[in-house]
Every structure is written in C-alpha cells, then in structure tokens.
Design a protein around this ligand. Structure first.
Ligand code: SF4
Length: 417
C-alpha cells in the first residue's frame, strides 16, 4: 500500500532575482501588480482538483520557491488558509516554509505558526556582505542574523540554514568562518550547495565577459557541477576580488576541499551527513526530501510544480498567466512535454540513483516490495563492474555508495539508467 503523498507548493516570486539563479521565479520589483492575485486564483482551482489525491491527508508539506515570505501579509494568510482548507494540515507532520532574510517579519511568522508550520528553511548563503553582494542577494548578513533570532523567538525549533560555497571571491578562511558562525546558532539542519554557473544568468554573463576570473578548472564547473577531489594548494587558486569589477571563482578542487572540510567539521559538531548536500542533528533529517529520495509519491502545486503519483509524473506550466487561465477554463495546467508515464525500469533506476544520494542508501526490502524483484538481480552487472573498487557497499538491508566516491558519483550512477 502506498503511503500518503507529500505536498509541495511552489511560490514563484522573489523580491529580486539573484545573479546566479536559473529557477523559475518572478522579481516582485518588476512584476505587474495583478500577478500574485492570478497566481493565488489558479492555485486555489488546482488545489480543488488535486485534493482527491490526498484523501487521508499529507505526509509532509513544503512551501518553497521562490521566496514564499516575500508575499504580503494578506497574500500569505490567504495561501495558508487555502492549503489548510484543502489538505487538512497536520501539526504533527513536518510542515516547512522557505524564506529569505529581509522578508521575515513577526506578523508573517505568527501567521505561519497558526497554520502549523513547524520547520523553516532560511536562505542565508553567506554571513559576509561582500559575498552576498557579489552574487546579487537582496539581504545583508545582519538581516540573516536577525531572521534567525526572529525564527527562534517565534518558537521554531526546527530550522535549516542554506549556505553556499564556491562563490566568487570566497576563500577557505571565509567559508570556514561562515560554517562556524552557522554552528553558533545551533541550527537543526544545514544544506550546503556549491555554486553552479547557469547559462542565461547575470553571473554567467559576467563570467563570459571576463569579469570573473577564469581558471583552468572553471570551464568544467560550468553547468556540469562535476567536481574532483584532488589535493593541491588552494591558497594559490583563490583570493579576494582584485578590484570592484573583477572577481575570482574558487576552482573545482577548492570547492571539493571546502565541501570536505565542512563535512568533517559538521560531523565533529554532531551532525549526520545524511545526504550529499544535507546535514542534520539526530532526528532532524528533512522528512519531506527523504520522501523524494526514497521514491514516495508527491504532489507539486503551483506554476512549475511537479507531481508523481502511482508512477505517473507531470510538470505544471511555469508561466503564471497561462497556468491560471488554463485552470480557469477547466483545463489541466500541465506542460505536455513534461508528462510521462514512467516504465518500471525507469522507476527502478530512479529509486537507485536517488537512494544512493543518501548515507543510508537504497533499502533492498522496499525495492523488492515495490518492484517485485531483487535489486541485485536487476543491476548485478553494474555492481560487478565496480566491485574491485568498492564503489558500492552492502550494509545489512541497504545498498550504499562508498562516501569517497560521492564527488564522482554522477558518472557512475548513469550506469543504472
Ligand atoms: S531567492 Fe532563491 S529562488 Fe529567489 S532568485 Fe534568489 S536563488 Fe532564486
């Protein structure tokens, strides 16, 4: 029997776009005034259509974006009321909202708490104004500190801080100071992401124009995120910006070292490295994301939302007006190109690839129960090929990835497809 689905609500608005961001979101500073009203109208119709898919309630809720806390008080209240009316929020479930410093007020937190929000994910990225500015973040380090204080004052006992490494002009000392400051607030959860240069973003244009220093390695980092793990002297490969116009990107070796240092430091501080980019104090692993990685069903609402139910997956249209007008006409807000019935083989490959991101690995019993076959019978050839290098490890009922291969995992994992 399938368990209750989780629900993700996409809020595609931010105060202003960050320079590195390729996600779908509108800058509120440059959007027509009626766009949020249209979004909420469409979302309400979509919730009405989809509530039948969660008759027993939802296993977890995640309101992400975008920046959900960039909504005005009355819009946020309307959003929460709509979710509660259609999906019966369970205060004992994990209910998360994402937000950014500078947009978090006591009034908004009070509203979220009233509707059962018990986890908050805060986009800190860095505690350094210069770095924040270089990547076009809208907030300051002081606002991040103040946001953390407000979250705790509002009674939130489960907080995630998002931090980024590999930023222009960031060196190891700055990164270490960021981690130490984050630890001083005792967050229950930390997510660490390496910067990716995505085509079409202002940061990518600056890189192409030569305003960001090119190193031999940077080209490999663009779009691929491919990282290696060799040891070289990082001090020679990164330094502060030479002037206001020109910045230097840490190369992929330094990024790997930053990640490696943080893994060790956070382990010493009592956090488990339970997923490639995620760390948690015991019992605070993000249940919503664990559901994705373990292959549970999910409903994604709002423009760009992705749903996967009973092995059928679809993606909503991203553009707010088209999304809303389709729903108003009684049509599905679905992007036809993003609709797929997954074959059994695709589902199995996805389960293995996502599961291997987790420290716990892929649960062999669940695999057998869900697919009616043993993972070793299906992927015996891949496991055999990497046997000598110990890339895969069996631990009881789990198949895991040897942690020393986590930075080269992508190429290996492709073999399961
Ligand atoms: S706040 Fe997040 S979603 Fe919004 S522009 Fe910045 S990175 Fe993108």
């Amino acid at each position: 029997m399938r368990c209750m689905p989780s629900v993700y609500i996409h809020v595609p608005f931010c105060v202003q776009k960050c320079d590195y961001c390729a996600f779908y979101s509108h800058s509120l500073l440059h959007s027509p005034k009626d766009l949020i009203a249209m979004y909420l109208e469409g979302l309400e119709i979509e919730m009405e259509k989809r509530k039948k898919d969660a008759p027993q309630g939802v296993s977890s809720l995640f309101i992400g974006g975008g920046t959900p806390t960039s909504l005005k008080d009355e819009d946020l209240e309307r959003l929460m009321e709509m979710i509660d009316r259609h999906f019966r929020l369970n205060p004992k479930a994990e209910n998360t909202v994402e937000g950014n410093p500078g947009t978090i007020t006591a009034a908004k937190l009070s509203c979220l708490r009233r509707y059962g929000i018990n986890r908050f994910s805060l986009g800190v990225q860095a505690f350094d104004d210069k770095l924040l500015k270089v990547v076009g973040r809208m907030h300051t380090a002081h606002e991040a500190r103040e946001a953390i204080r407000r979250l705790r004052a509002a009674g939130l006992e489960n907080i995630n801080l998002d931090l980024m490494f590999g930023l222009p002009a960031q060196d190891m000392a700055i990164w270490q100071a960021t981690i130490e400051e984050a630890l001083s607030y005792s967050p229950e959860h930390l997510s660490l992401y390496g910067l990716m240069l995505e085509e079409g973003t202002p940061l990518y244009s600056r890189y192409k124009e030569g305003l960001i220093d090119e190193t031999d390695e940077t080209d490999k980092m663009v779009k691929t995120g491919d990282k290696r793990n060799s040891k070289t002297d990082f001090k020679s490969r990164c330094g502060p910006a030479k002037d206001n116009q020109r910045e230097r990107l840490p190369d992929d070796d330094l990024q790997a070292e930053m990640h490696e240092w943080a893994v060790e430091r956070l382990k010493r501080a009592g956090y488990s490295h339970y997923e490639t980019s995620n760390f948690a104090r015991p019992g605070y692993e993000c249940r919503h994301n664990l559901g994705y990685w373990r292959g549970d069903d999910y409903i994604g609402l709002g423009p760009g939302g992705v749903t996967c139910l009973n092995r059928v997956r679809w993606k909503n249209i991203e553009e707010v007006r088209t999304y809303q007008s389709r729903l108003q006409k009684g049509q599905e807000p679905v992007d036809e190109a993003g609709q797929e019935a997954l074959t059994l083989r695709e589902c199995m490959a996805e389960r293995v690839i996502l599961g291997l991101r987790l420290e716990e690995g892929v649960n062999l019993t669940s695999f057998r129960n869900d697919f009616g076959v043993d993972l070793r019978d299906i992927y015996g050839d891949v496991l055999e090929r990497y046997k000598n290098k110990n890339v895969f490890v069996f631990k009881g009922e789990y198949l895991c990835l040897n942690s020393k291969y986590s930075f080269v995992a992508n190429s290996v994992l492709q073999e399961f497809i």
